[in-house]
Design a protein around this ligand. Structure first.
Ligand SMILES: Cc1cc2nc3c(=O)[nH]c(=O)nc-3n(C[C@H](O)[C@H](O)[C@H](O)COP(=O)(O)OP(=O)(O)OC[C@H]3O[C@@H](n4cnc5c(N)ncnc54)[C@H](O)[C@@H]3O)c2cc1C
Length: 494
């Protein structure tokens, strides 16, 4: 059958909502003849300039991870012509690759006498959960029965999570470019005018009015000249799924040794009241286990959504340099894979019901807890978090701290201010996700998945409004943003 030829004009006029269409046509349009050039093989190479195909959007979102996918949905729902650029082949990033469970849709009420339980995170994150509940893709908001870090535990089926969010992106009309890496920013003084991205279809330019960096690492902000630091103060990790494990027997074994530090019950394989989260106490385990588990960087918190399956089991490693160092990361990728198999052996040896366990899933690349930290107009502090502080430009509220020693005052909420999402010195860039909040302890709250998703909804909404009103990010009227967020079911109570 003869192939239909697509020329550039046809491509630009008729491309569909998905980047796949663009890939085909760009490949066809790419020049076949390479110019002869003169160069010397040495320690550097001067790349020749070339003309790139370009297209125009209102909003560019870089990174379709935890924050970015939600940002793109929010921007498109608000009416902005939105493109989402993601280097992997699916959305949702670390929430489907690294985390244990989604902290925290609720305020932490248990440690505070008389504090009423409230659902404080709503909006797009809750819509994702609602859709997952319908198809058996989450434990729902299971209740903690031990431990006081959180009041609920929300475990998601990582594959269904990716699918549901992918579908929501399509429904919102986002132009999705998967397997595409953002590699450069085109700047004009304090404004970004466009970005350059690369895929197998070649290099291309996306012009836009407003840009959002949700790459986790802050790639776009760094390319655009934002100030950043790289604290390298957390371990990196490859988090795996484990099959052929008897979750109830693991729980029972730990309980008999008084070795449970955290546990939650919820819906597992469709049945309510089952164990869905277990965190063990290292100290209560046999000596041999403790020694080997520490060496492998095993983190004892794990979750289960399906019978005979642990969703996340983590092997960690501390790098001596920042995770932006390619060579160090390449070595770490191998070391983490070795550690995963050592962890598997420990489960097989020590936990009853795990004798025939196997690794069911690994992350495609190691996950980080923070890479670059982008300097924004406001840096959220630990005092802001635990002091339950609110700001006159709050874009949502949150109430969770990863370190069980710290709780938000009186079981209330704290606010995330809009200005904490604005990189200093750049007029039309917003950031969301683990790259905000320099204060290490405050970051242990703001980096959590559900906060990242809420940040995504805030920046996506703000970006669309800025594009519509021809505002820079700092010119946007807070009352307009607040109204749009409230209409989209974002919760703001102290
Ligand atoms: C091991 C581990 C365990 C954790 N456990 C929990 C937990 O139990 N509960 C919890 O709430 N939080 C947990 N967290 C924290 C939480 O998962 C992360 O902070 C959060 O998911 C980060 O979201 P993000 O959107 O900033 O980044 P990501 O979700 O990583 O998204 C970034 C996306 O950008 C893409 N990208 C990167 N660079 C480019 C580029 N140049 N071009 C195009 N695309 C690019 C990536 O492929 C990725 O999809 C954990 C984190 C880790 C690492």
């Amino acid at each position: 059958m003869a192939k239909k030829r697509i020329n550039r004009r046809t491509f630009l006029g008729t491309s569909a909502a998905f980047g796949v269409a663009a890939s085909t046509s760009l490949a066809t349009a790419a020049p076949k003849d390479k110019q002869k050039q003169s160069f010397k093989v040495g320690k550097s190479y001067k790349e020749p300039a070339r003309v790139l195909p370009a297209r125009q959007f209102d909003v560019v979102v870089a990174g379709a991870g935890t924050a970015g996918a939600v940002a793109a949905i929010a921007a498109a729902r608000q009416g902005a012509k939105t493109v989402l650029i993601e280097l992997k082949g699916y959305p949702c990033g670390a929430v489907t690759e690294g985390g244990t469970n989604l902290h925290s849709f609720f305020n932490i009420h248990q440690p505070f006498d008389g504090v009423k339980k409230r659902q404080i995170v709503r909006g797009i994150p809750q819509q994702i959960i609602d859709r997952l509940i319908k198809i058996g893709g989450t434990t729902g908001h299971g209740v903690m029965i031990a431990g006081h870090r959180d009041s609920h535990c929300t475990v998601v089926d990582t594959e269904l999570f990716k699918l549901v969010v992918f579908e929501m992106l399509a429904e919102a009309g986002v132009y999705v470019c998967m397997n595409t890496q953002l590699v450069e920013a085109i700047t004009d003084g304090p404004r970004i005018r466009g970005v350059i991205a690369e895929s197998r279809a070649g290099r291309e330019v996306f012009w836009a009015k407003i840009f959002i960096d949700c790459t986790g690492y802050g790639d776009l902000a760094a390319f655009a000249g934002a100030n950043f630091t790289e604290p390298n103060d957390h371990r990196v990790c490859n988090s795996m799924g484990m099959g052929n494990v008897d979750v109830d027997r693991i729980y029972q074994y730990l309980e008999e040794r008084n070795g449970i530090s955290e546990a939650a019950k919820g819906r597992r394989s469709g049945e309510e009241g089952k164990i869905i989260r277990i965190q063990g106490k290292y100290a209560k385990m046999p000596k041999g286990f403790k020694k080997e588990a520490r060496k492998a960087g095993l983190q004892s918190a794990t979750t289960s959504l399906h019978e005979n399956h642990l969703m996340f089991v983590k092997a960690n490693l501390k790098l001596s340099v920042s995770p932006t160092d390619r060579d160090a990361v390449s070595k770490a990728e191998l070391e983490l894979r070795k550690r995963q198999f050592r962890v598997l052996e420990l489960y097989k040896k020590y936990f009853p019901g795990c004798e025939k366990a196997y690794i069911a899933r690994t992350a495609p690349r190691l996950n980080i807890r923070r890479g670059r930290l982008i300097q924004c107009d406001y840096i959220i502090t630990h005092e802001d978090v635990i002091g339950a502080r609110h700001f006159n430009d709050d874009v949502f509220v949150f109430s969770y701290h990863d370190d069980s020693k710290f709780k938000v005052k009186n079981g209330g909420t704290y606010g995330i201010p809009y200005r904490a999402l604005l990189p200093k010195g750049i007029e039309n860039l917003l950031v969301a996700g683990m790259m905000i909040t320099a204060d290490r302890r405050a970051h242990q709250s703001t980096r959590n998945t559900v906060s990242c998703m809420c940040q995504g909804q805030a920046v996506g909404t703000a970006a669309a409004l800025c594009a519509q009103k021809k505002n820079s990010t700092r010119e946007l009227k807070y009352s307009d943003l607040r109204e749009a967020l409230e209409k989209s079911d974002v919760y703001f109570e102290a």
